[in-house]
Design a protein around this ligand. Structure first.
Ligand code: HEM
Length: 512
């Protein structure tokens, strides 16, 4: 080989070497800037966390969703306000929650929170405050308490069908994956609300068994993209997407196609036809406040997909959590049944959920299920784009992402004594005590970007649990607290033994 040939072959390698060195130098300069010159440089916390997102990535990707616990340790070392990544401050002080997750003032979202899920088309993925308000307007109307009441027959019918199916398993000795069974119910319900699509999951044979893998797979991807954001833009993306398609169950990703074709169909439909069957997408299309750019098929697809995602695993996991604590605390179950029977003497003749929500003990049981179940564990920062914030002696610079963690709120022993104990009684104290607890009970977060579907979630919880506990005797099957209790934050709560899933046997169908 001539020397010219080897020079030509060597040159791409040399270019790569030079580029890599340049990248390393730039990265080191960036880390130095973050440590010493950045507006957050004076805030306490480990230097590694302040210098690079890889610190958070180590705990969330390599150690699988453990940064939430590491943050708690860091607070005990560095105090109530710390810098947890190059851009974000975290506060461990329940009294500060309402100052960050607030309905007054403007609140933006940092892009690194949502970039793995949505490039800015859904309300959830919208970073700018005013744009988010515009999009939430149409959605809020649809998920108002009044609208949920008017459409509750959808939930009632699905709960009844699921219970009939579960009853058919009585004494068969078949362990049922209730997270999947409840997932069929919640996904059917939210699909009917959102895209007017009858998926018929509760009607088919068996139960979805891979729901937990699906949602936790999305959590894995979210953590990975936060640590390595270039994954979303690099040409590697198709490879990553196919990795997810293979490793994460297809159902969620297939919604892209389903939602897109439904959006296209609705956009061609005569608006007059939309009056009889209100759905989220129809509501958006008909909204006069939203211009044409807000009604493109792609935007409608992302909005629908996000709502389907957000409305499925959150409620099904809370229902599963409730079931575990009820079947392992027979006194609580007996008291709950007795209370529900006062308004619903025949469980096969369900009552409106407005009657159920008046029941104090039932409400206390559901609050404990939400407190310990964590429908969503993701740490979701907010930034005030137009003003500084004040936390005690600390002035937080304008536009700085600040967060608090819902699990730190709900597991805080100063707020909820003996916090890991499932104790409905704690919600039945005097008015003052109940107000105190309510203040720190934040399963749906608070403020401008709180949960869109909390009214629907409550309706599903009351309706499903009332039918389930009155109609059947259930028994945990090879299921322990390690299948339920939060161990990791995978955007949704992940118990230690999540892969096996909580399972139950239907032991008896109760006659009335
Ligand atoms: C137990 C049930 C549920 C829990 C615990 C829960 C919890 C939450 C939390 C904590 C957030 C705030 C996320 C953030 O800070 O970015 C949220 C947002 C959201 N939730 Fe829920 N959720 C539940 C059920 C539902 C249901 C049934 C729907 C269906 C409509 C839904 C739709 C949404 C949407 C669309 C958002 C984003 C709102 C926005 O950014 O404007 N959720 N949820």
């Amino acid at each position: 080989m001539s020397s010219t040939d080897s020079e030509i072959q060597g040159s791409p390698r040399r270019v790569l070497l030079v580029l890599s060195c340049l990248w390393i130098v730039l990265y080191v300069v960036k880390v130095i800037y973050r440590l010493y010159l950045h507006p957050l440089a004076k805030f306490p916390g480990p230097k590694l966390a302040a210098g690079t997102f890889l610190y958070e990535g180590y705990y969330d990707v390599v150690k699988r969703g453990k940064y939430v616990h590491r943050i708690e340790e860091m607070h005990s070392q560095y105090g109530p306000i710390i810098r947890i990544n190059p851009q974000e401050l975290h506060v461990y002080d329940p009294t500060f929650f309402d100052s960050v997750y607030s309905s007054s003032g403007k609140w933006a979202k940092p892009p690194y929170i949502v970039r793995s899920m949505d490039p800015g088309f859904s309300a959830f993925g919208t970073l700018d405050h005013d744009h988010h308000r515009l999009r939430r307007g149409a959605l809020n109307r649809f998920f108002s308490k009044q609208k949920v009441n008017a459409l509750q027959h959808v939930v009632q019918d699905l709960a009844n069908k699921l219970c009939e199916k579960l009853e058919s398993y009585c004494n068969t000795g078949t362990p049922i994956d209730f997270e999947g069974a409840f997932g069929d119910f919640t996904l059917d319900a939210i699909a009917e609300y959102t895209i007017d699509s009858k998926l018929g999951l509760v009607d088919r044979e068996g139960f979805t068994s891979d729901l937990r893998k699906t949602f936790r797979g999305l959590g894995e991807f979210g953590h990975l993209v936060k640590a390595l954001p270039w994954l979303m833009t690099a040409k590697l993306l198709p490879g990553i997407e196919s990795f997810i398609r293979v490793n994460v169950v297809k159902v969620l990703l297939d919604w892209d196609d389903t939602c897109l074709s439904i959006a296209n169909h609705l956009l061609r439909t005569n608006p007059d036809e939309t009056k009889e069957h209100p759905t989220v997408l129809r509501e958006i299309i008909a909204d006069p406040d939203l211009g044409p750019s807000e009604k493109t098929p792609k935007r409608l697809m992302f909005e629908a997909k996000t709502i389907l995602n957000a409305g499925t695993g959150t409620v099904s996991w809370t229902l599963t959590t409730a079931l575990w604590y009820l079947t392992t605390n027979t006194d609580i179950l007996a008291r709950l049944r007795a209370e529900i029977l006062t308004v619903m003497p025949d469980p096969r003749q369900p009552v409106q959920f407005q009657e159920l929500e008046q029941l104090p003990y039932f409400t206390a049981v559901l609050k404990e299920s939400l407190r310990l179940g964590f429908g969503a564990t993701m740490r979701s920062a907010r930034a005030a784009p137009d003003r500084v914030l004040q936390y005690k002696d600390w002035t937080i610079p304008q536009n700085t992402p600040v967060s608090l963690s819902i699990s730190h709120m709900h597991h805080n022993p100063d707020v909820f004594p003996d916090p890991l104990r499932f104790d409905p009684e704690r919600w039945l104290g005097d008015m003052e005590e109940r107000h105190r607890l309510e203040r720190f009970f934040v399963p749906f977060s608070r403020g401008t970007r709180n949960c869109l579907g909390s009214n629907l979630a409550w309706a599903e919880l009351y309706i499903m649990i009332s039918q389930c506990v009155l109609r059947m005797d259930l028994e945990p099957f090879q299921t322990t607290l390690e299948h339920i209790e939060m161990y990791s934050d995978m955007i949704v709560s992940e118990p230690k033994r999540w892969k096996e899933g909580p399972r139950f046997l239907v032991k008896n169908v109760v006659a009335y």
